[in-house]
Design a protein around this ligand. Structure first.
Ligand code: SF4
Length: 128
């Protein structure tokens, strides 16, 4: 079982190999391999991606500042709501992928526009 927070369900669909350091990048590719044959559990707060992130401090995201975790949780909640999932849901990666196709316009407008990683992920090249 791969434990992922809301926004990672969407963002990982467009991952193209960028990251904070080599361990983080390797870890993300490993997760992307595992989701091909393991179920995904939707979690609240830090997840398996965050587990090796340099911005994970005491099980909270401190990416921008000490309020980052709260802001990211709001984005997680939006992601989970748009995907018609909820914390604790268990899903197949393929199912998530299909759902993402249907909500991408809203996600681009509400989240990607303000994201620091917008230029290096593959979200703009997908035609949904
Ligand atoms: S920046 Fe924050 S949300 Fe993103 S992986 Fe790191 S700890 Fe997790």
């Amino acid at each position: 079982m791969v434990r992922l927070r809301g926004h990672h369900l969407i963002c990982l669909q467009f991952y193209r190999g960028e990251g904070y350091n080599q361990d983080f990048i390797k870890h993300l590719f490993n997760i992307l391999e595992r989701v091909q044959y393991e179920d995904v559990e939707v979690v609240e707060g830090v997840d398996e991606v965050c587990s090796v992130c340099p911005y994970n401090s005491g099980n909270a995201c401190v990416y921008s500042d000490s309020t980052a975790e709260l802001k990211i949780r709001e984005i997680d909640e939006l992601a989970v709501r748009l995907l018609s999932l909820s914390p604790g849901s268990k899903v197949k990666w393929d199912e998530v992928r299909k759902k993402v196709g249907g909500i991408l316009g809203t996600w681009r407008e509400k989240v990607c526009k303000f994201c620091d990683w917008n230029k290096v992920c593959g979200v703009e090249t997908r035609n949904d």
